[in-house]
Design a protein around this ligand. Structure first.
Ligand code: SF4
Length: 470
């Protein structure tokens, strides 16, 4: 999928006019946001766990080559076949080769953001394979011909009514309004597809170096059916998913579901250690793992290294006022919300994505809730600086910033100009108390009025208050 991120403004403006999207996104605030707060408050060691998680991830990033080597040895010893992929094209080619060698016509797939990152579905389908998503949210967006809009809830932007219409159109039968009925219908359709599949593709939440295990986390059990029923299991994961030990994996798992949805643990957490053994009655005959780099090893030594701590919980987007208004599709690529505003420029290039780091109020909530304490505002600021250095924003934004910097470096002049501007605006806005239009503030007034200032600057008000108290 080619990034559409440069159109963020237009896409976000269109999203703001969509009442169904607003209804759908409100559920994140009342559901997952509150759920996380409750789960964090109920676990006394929550903050200590976050510190431990940061230490684990930083330790892995400092010793990434070592843990990848250990993982490769252990994974191979369990009977798995490991493939290294430098970039998306290499990963896609390996995946297709594995499917062809397995004689596959149909593949089932559980949710994998890395597979989205490399555009795997479209590539396999263009090469004659039928790909069936098995995560309910992914299945819904696949039927709708859309892409996921959230890391954890791919179809979080859709209302139940829209899903009901989609199911009726694709599955036939009467329109169902009840959530349980819709879930039962998806289950009935998907169960058949599991049995038809020759290859099952999953992602991985973690890779455990100590045991060579792949860890998957779902709430629907679809990763287990995707992995366990077909003859061949193919997992696609990125390098930074490796953790040293099972205990480390559990430290991160204790944070993952709490940060994502407020659950103590997801319904299904599975450690897959090698394909079916002779003594076992089920499981895949072969297990392949594609380990994708796609620029990550270069990130390890660079300013965006902290981003590689991400465990894809989605908490940053659940708490981001911009994401909660605009939704995931406004971001124009696979990774959305604050984490996407840092990662997408890394993978797709800042020239094609410079608008994303500007899609932030810098309120800092993303960093506050990130279980691995990624300084997302700082990283977005680094991308803003890079975009500015390359002169990517339009001249009006660049000259505006230059003018502001000129003033900010001259406090006396700054005070004088702001006093003048605030007094003028106060005078102009005295009649209505607000502006419905204002030059240079079109981005604000396009969807709401700008309150008129009192005519006195904040600094002057502050001084007056201090004087009255002394
Ligand atoms: S950046 Fe942090 S909060 Fe956002 S998805 Fe990654 S781990 Fe979760």
């Amino acid at each position: 999928m080619e990034p559409q991120s440069l159109a963020f403004r237009e896409r976000a403006a269109a999203a703001l006019q969509d009442p169904h999207l607003a209804t759908a996104l409100r559920r994140l605030e009342s559901g997952w946001q509150r759920g996380r707060a409750r789960a964090a408050a109920a676990l006394p060691e929550f903050e200590a766990l976050r510190d431990a998680a940061v230490a684990i991830k930083d330790h892995v990033l400092e010793n990434l080559d070592l843990y990848l080597e250990i993982f490769e040895r252990r994974f191979t010893a369990t009977g798995g076949v490991l493939h290294w992929a430098r970039d998306a094209a290499e990963a896609r080619a390996i995946a297709l080769r594995i499917c062809r060698e397995a004689g596959a016509r149909t593949v089932t797939k559980s949710k994998s953001m890395v597979a989205e990152e490399i555009g795997l579905n479209a590539f396999l389908e263009a090469n004659g394979l039928t790909v069936v998503e098995t995560d309910l949210g992914e299945y819904i967006v696949q039927l709708a011909g859309e892409v996921p809009s959230h890391l954890v809830g791919p179809a979080v932007h859709m209302t139940r009514e829209r899903i009901a219409e989609l199911f009726a159109r694709h599955h036939g039968g009467p329109l169902k309004r009840d959530s349980a009925e819709l879930v039962a219908e998806a289950r009935r359709v998907l169960r058949r597809r599991y049995l038809e599949a020759d290859v099952g593709i999953t992602g991985a939440n973690f890779l455990v170096a100590e045991t060579g295990s792949i860890v998957t986390v779902t709430n629907e059990g679809n990763a287990e059916l995707t992995q366990g029923l077909p003859r061949v299991h193919l997992c696609i994961a990125s390098l930074e998913k490796v953790v040293p030990t099972v205990e480390d994996a559990f430290t991160l798992l204790r944070l993952l579901a709490r940060s994502a949805t407020g659950q103590e643990f997801s319904a299904y957490t599975t450690f897959l250690t090698g394909p079916r053994r002779r003594s076992e009655r089920d499981g895949p005959e072969a297990m392949h793992l594609i380990l994708l780099d796609n620029g990550r090893s270069a990130m390890v030594g660079g300013p965006f290294r902290e981003m590689l701590r991400c465990i894809r919980c989605g908490a940053c987007m659940n708490h981001c006022p911009v994401y909660l208004a605009a939704g995931g599709h406004a971001y124009g690529w696979v990774y959305v919300g604050p984490m996407g505003s840092v990662l997408t420029p890394q993978f797709a290039g800042i020239e094609r994505t410079w608008t994303l780091p500007t899609a932030s109020t810098f309120c800092g909530r993303c960093q506050e809730v990130c279980p691995v304490r990624i300084p997302l505002p700082k990283l977005m600021r680094l991308w803003r600086e890079e975009a500015h250095r390359r002169r990517l924003p339009p001249p009006v934004a660049r000259y505006g910033l230059a003018a502001w910097a000129f003033l900010a470096e001259r406090p006396a002049l700054y005070r004088f100009v702001t006093r003048l501007a605030v007094a003028g605006l106060g005078l102009l806005g005295r009649r209505h108390g607000r502006f419905s239009r204002l030059p240079l503030a079109g981005g604000w007034t396009v969807s709401r009025d700008l309150p008129a200032p009192s005519g006195t600057t904040f600094r002057a008000l502050w001084k007056a208050r201090a004087r009255s108290r002394s």
